[in-house]
Design a protein around this ligand. Structure first.
Ligand code: CU
Length: 147
């Protein structure tokens, strides 16, 4: 149906994925880098291909893992979101990294983000997310340094 084709551009993104408990870690004054975490459940096989936030100059999807006994992180071009399988973005694992923050992230604030997910026909969908900024101690199980 033609109508469905027209609607599929951007508006349907929110129905393609469920985003649970999105949060960002509060920053200290002068800190330019921030981390954002959430759980994503896709309703069909998708890829997370990008993220944007007006609060930061650039945002990237990162992977953190142990390499030769050291925690390393790197930007990944995309993150697979298999249908129905929760994918966690969390400290010490996959996460969203914000660079050149335009403002401090203060506990209690809401941080607006836009995720881009790609479906199997390579169509891009935007998903609006509001992450709650939490205290720096939140999820402190692993240190996240960006030096
Ligand atoms: Cu990172």
């Amino acid at each position: 149906m033609l109508l469905i084709g027209l609607l599929a551009g951007t508006a349907q993104g929110a129905e393609l994925v469920k985003v649970l408990d999105p949060w960002a870690r509060a920053t200290v004054p002068g800190q330019k880098v921030g981390g954002v975490y959430m759980e994503i459940v896709a309703r069909e096989n998708l890829r997370l291909t990008g993220v944007k936030s007006a609060a930061a100059e650039t945002s990237e999807v990162h992977q953190m893992k142990m390499e030769n006994g050291m925690m390393r992180m790197r930007a990944v071009p995309f993150l697979e979101l298999p249908a129905g399988k929760p994918v966690k973005l969390e400290p010490g694992g996959y996460h969203i990294m914000l660079f050149d923050l335009r403002q401090s992230l203060m506990a209690g604030q809401k941080l607006k983000l836009e995720l881009t997910v790609e479906d199997r026909s390579k169509r891009q969908h935007r998903v609006a997310v509001e992450a709650l900024v939490r205290d720096r101690d939140a999820g402190a199980a692993s240190k996240h340094d960006h030096n």
